[in-house]
Design a protein around this ligand. Structure first.
Ligand code: HEM
Length: 357
């Protein structure tokens, strides 16, 4: 009788394909023209692409759940779990650069020319991740005076266009936030209550300053308070908007952040935190990658045709997606100034438990 098949493992994982997919372009391993470090370079990129694949897989499930007409509260837990997984993958992707940096710039230059025009810039999966997260075509850096997808083959360009037309996390989060009940409940409107609290807080600050200071010191403090008032008006202003999130989504995000300890808001608050984690981890990866590029090639242009380090550093700022959630922190007020929620609303948002007496 035949014993257990030891080929199952390799068959299941498709190892025959994966482990024969490293073909250096500098030469043949074992021959004089082969650059030893190129193997690391290839394996390194391949592992990235596998993690990108897993990221897209998680992201697609998140988008599908968010796309339902009503987001069931039971969806929050799997969404949070998948987002948590994406953040762990991104952390690994950033740390992995340590391994590549065991290759010296001199090692890299020994095979760089054999890459011809191949560059991570052409990673289709990376573009799909950015697009599904919500990076818009018009917000991207111009590349070689053309659009970023100009030189892709037709099938890849089609995949990018389909992703641009399909759902993205930013916009789905916007509409999920905008649907949040509670920010207007009966006579209560969060926005009015918050605005009133901000003015009371700043009036109080002004009163204290007038009592404690005079002359230049008072002038400076009053100027700071006026700037503070203008800063808050900026968020209340619905005409001249500087935000990408819709006004209602912005209000809901602030509401969730301020009252995050209310039982029903804990899940949404965790979710918003994870979205910010994803955004900053992606920015951290961009920064580490740009520093590594500067170390490897100085100010040389990239094999993909960009200015290299300088282009990459600009994407760091310009390709952020959820900056509104970060900017909201400008508008947080101390707990002492926070308006209490009306009892009726608090009761709706809490799970009451007690002795029954
Ligand atoms: C020695 C190692 C590396 C060098 C010197 C390098 C160099 C560059 C350069 C110069 C660019 C700008 C585009 C261009 O003109 O080519 C770029 C973009 C890019 N690289 Fe790398 N890279 C390296 C490793 C990696 C690795 C391991 C990955 C992982 C997949 C990667 C992914 C990317 C991506 C996704 C972009 C596009 C970034 C954007 O447009 O925002 N790179 N790389």
């Amino acid at each position: 009788m035949a014993g257990p098949s030891w080929d199952r493992y390799g068959e299941y994982l498709g190892l025959e394909k994966i482990l024969t997919a490293q073909t250096p372009w500098s030469g043949t391993p074992g021959k004089a023209d082969f650059a030893h470090e190129e193997m690391l370079f290839i394996v390194f990129h391949q592992t990235y692409e596998l993690w990108f694949k897993q990221t897209l897989f998680e992201l697609d499930d998140i988008l599908a759940r968010f796309s339902r007409p009503v987001l069931d509260d039971r969806d929050i837990q799997p969404i949070v779990a998948r987002m948590g997984r994406i953040t762990e993958i991104l952390k690994i992707l950033e740390r992995q650069i340590d391994i590549l940096e065991t290759m010296t710039p001199q090692d890299f230059i020994d095979f760089r020319d054999s890459l011809k025009t191949a560059s991570g810039f052409q990673s289709l999966q990376f573009r799909l991740i950015e697009t599904r997260l919500g990076l818009k075509r018009e917000d991207r850096m111009q590349f070689n005076h053309g659009s970023y997808d100009r030189d892709y083959a037709d099938a890849s360009r089609k995949a990018i266009h389909a992703a641009e037309e399909g759902p993205n996390l930013h916009d789905l989060i916007d509409s999920w936030l905008a649907r949040t009940p509670f920010i207007a409940d009966g006579d209560y409107t969060f926005w009015e209550s918050y605005r009133a609290a901000v003015h009371v807080m700043l009036d109080e600050k002004e009163k204290t300053a007038r009592q404690a200071l005079d002359g230049d010191a008072l002038g400076r403090e009053l100027e700071a308070i006026t700037r503070g008032r203008q800063k808050f008006e900026n968020i209340f202003d619905t005409k001249d908007r500087v935000w990408r999130l819709s006004p209602r989504a912005l209000q809901a995000a602030l509401f969730i952040t301020i009252y995050r300890t209310e039982p029903m808001l804990q899940g949404p608050a965790t979710l918003l935190n994870l979205v910010m984690d994803i955004d900053s981890l992606l920015a951290r990866w961009r920064y580490r990658h740009a520093l590594m590029v500067q170390r490897m090639m100085g100010l040389s242009a990239g094999t993909g045709g960009s200015s290299g380090y300088s282009y990459l550093m600009q994407t760091l700022e310009k390709h952020r997606i959820f900056t509104d959630l970060f900017s909201l922190s400008t508008y947080l007020i101390p707990a002492s100034a926070r308006p209490p929620l009306p009892d009726s609303l608090s009761a709706k948002m809490g799970y009451r438990s007690g002795t029954g007496r």
